[in-house]
Ligand binder design. Structure first.
Ligand SMILES: O=P(O)(O)OC[C@H]1O[C@H](O)[C@H](O)[C@@H](O)[C@@H]1O
Length: 464
């Protein structure tokens, strides 16, 4: 595994005083960083942060692998039903590690593995049209929910079950694998009572930190991803991101740089992979960064609201859509590039006599072009005084991806310490959930329904 963190262009001597970080600012954080490290390690040792141990669970990987290989033989399609942390990691790693057009290849070209579909919404068009393309007899649904009660996943399950039952009757249960809490929740109760196959999410691991549990491992293993290598990469990274020193630990260092930049007004964190395969890593990161750090807290008796806003972009595509804003717009962004050194293939530019204006490209290649564009964008940002940093992967491999996501998880926890908030909760999403339950008439939420209805009827609507 080779991942380097390059933070040259975050520093004041390179990017300028206005937004850049001075080494003395990092030095001033060292004591706090050491205290946060001690706290994290104590909680890790006390079993409070079990996500740290996920890369070392060989037994779980074995169980996942056995079930995955069994269902891969029987089914042509695996459909993940889940949302948020129960879908984004799988989607990110599937896009990174399976062939980009996996689902368009023949079964033989997919080395015998099923196609994988991650359905993470309750748009009846999106969901219905996905089902229209599938054959019930050859389709397995993987219902993933940590809480076992998320209403979107529950609704998806009911539609999928009905669709299956219409075609295969009682045997629908053989077409479902449940991934949820080992003991709690309605989904667990149903799986146990109905003898539906299931895997468990360790109790102390929250959704957005669960990609290395069966949540991500099972669907990825079904699709043919090397989950053992994914875990090995995370295990290797674990040694780097549990180092105590701020300047020795890439997760801590980037958290500190992002935190210092935030204090200087850089409140938007843009993640910009220069790789189609890594595109959805930025989507996964958006959840972990936003839900973990976007919090209401108290400072000297005052209510304060903190949290960088994560934004996803794609190089080179968004150079022609977003970079104008990044270079000349407000000084409120830090750009994090995900850079790939070796794309694993390349396409050369041949001379075209009919297009002499393109002669300068002759003999060069697409990989050279995308690399040049990333470097050019970084330099342009620096020249405009805009801070940016890069995670440089020597190649896109399961080891590197396991390591990278694990690094970002630790970075998020550590940033939570710097922002002095709890990065593991998400109280702000509860109100919306309860209003939805009220409107959908879930028992116990009648008051919420009345509240929404009173608001809807009382508000003076302004519409054109
Ligand atoms: O896995 P589940 O319990 O179904 O939760 C799915 C998602 O829903 C919630 O609203 C949380 O905000 C997310 O952090 C979580 O990943």
């Amino acid at each position: 595994m080779t991942i380097r963190f390059d933070y040259t262009c975050m520093m004041a001597d390179v990017v300028g005083e206005r937004c850049g970080i001075d080494p003395s600012e990092l030095a001033a954080l060292e004591e706090r960083a050491a205290a946060i490290h001690r706290d994290l390690m104590a909680r890790k040792e006390g079993g409070e942060l079990p996500f740290y141990d996920l890369p070392f669970q060989d037994q779980v990987a074995g169980e996942v692998r056995r079930l995955a290989d069994e269902v891969a033989e029987r089914f042509d399609h695996l459909v993940v039903l889940g949302i948020g942390g129960s879908a984004l990691g799988t989607q990110a790693l599937f896009r990174a590690l399976a062939p980009l057009y996996h689902n368009h290849l023949s079964r033989e070209q997919r080395r015998g593995r099923p196609t994988l579909h991650v359905l993470d919404n309750v748009d009846p068009c999106g969901f219905g049209e996905a089902l229209d393309l599938l054959a019930p007899d050859k389709t397995l649904f993987c219902v993933i929910s940590k809480s076992g009660s998320t209403v979107e996943t529950s609704g998806q399950f009911l539609v999928a079950r009905q669709w299956l039952a219409r075609a295969v009757g009682e045997r629908w249960k053989e077409h479902v694998v449940v991934i949820t809490d080992p003991e709690k929740g309605g989904l667990r109760a149903m799986a146990n009572e109905q003898g539906i196959r299931s895997l468990s999410i360790p109790p102390g691991v929250g959704g957005r930190f669960s990609v290395l549990t069966p949540v991500g491992l099972f669907p990825l293993a079904v699709a043919g991803v090397d989950i053992e290598a994914l875990l090995a990469g995370a295990a290797q990274m674990s040694a780097r991101v549990t180092r105590p020193g701020l300047m020795d630990n890439p997760a801590y260092l980037n958290a500190a740089l992002q935190y210092l930049a935030y204090q200087k007004g850089m409140r938007i964190s843009v993640m910009m992979p220069y790789s189609d395969r890594l595109r959805d890593v930025a989507d996964w990161f958006r959840q972990i960064w936003a839900e973990s750090l976007g919090k209401k807290t108290a400072l000297d008796g005052r209510e304060v609201h903190v949290g960088p806003t994560p934004v996803k972009a794609l190089g080179t595509t968004d150079q022609h859509s977003q970079v104008q804003l990044y270079i000349e717009g407000p000084f409120d962004k830090v750009i994090t590039f995900l850079v790939v050194e070796d794309y694993g293939r390349d396409l050369r530019f041949e001379r075209c006599v009919e297009a002499p204006h393109l002669d300068f490209l002759h003999g060069k290649s697409m990989a050279e072009l995308i690399r040049a564009e990333q470097q050019a964008t970084a330099v342009a940002l620096v020249r405009a005084g805009r801070p940016n940093c890069s995670f440089i992967l020597d190649r896109i491999s399961a080891e590197n991806l396991g390591g990278l996501l694990y690094l970002f998880e630790v970075q998020t926890l550590f940033a939570g310490g710097l922002f002095a908030i709890d990065p593991l909760d998400q109280p702000g999403v509860e109100a919306g959930k309860e209003y939805t339950y009220g409107l959908m008439e879930r028992p116990g939420f009648a008051e919420r329904k009345e509240e929404v209805e009173a608001w809807l009827s009382g508000v003076n609507r302004r519409q054109l």
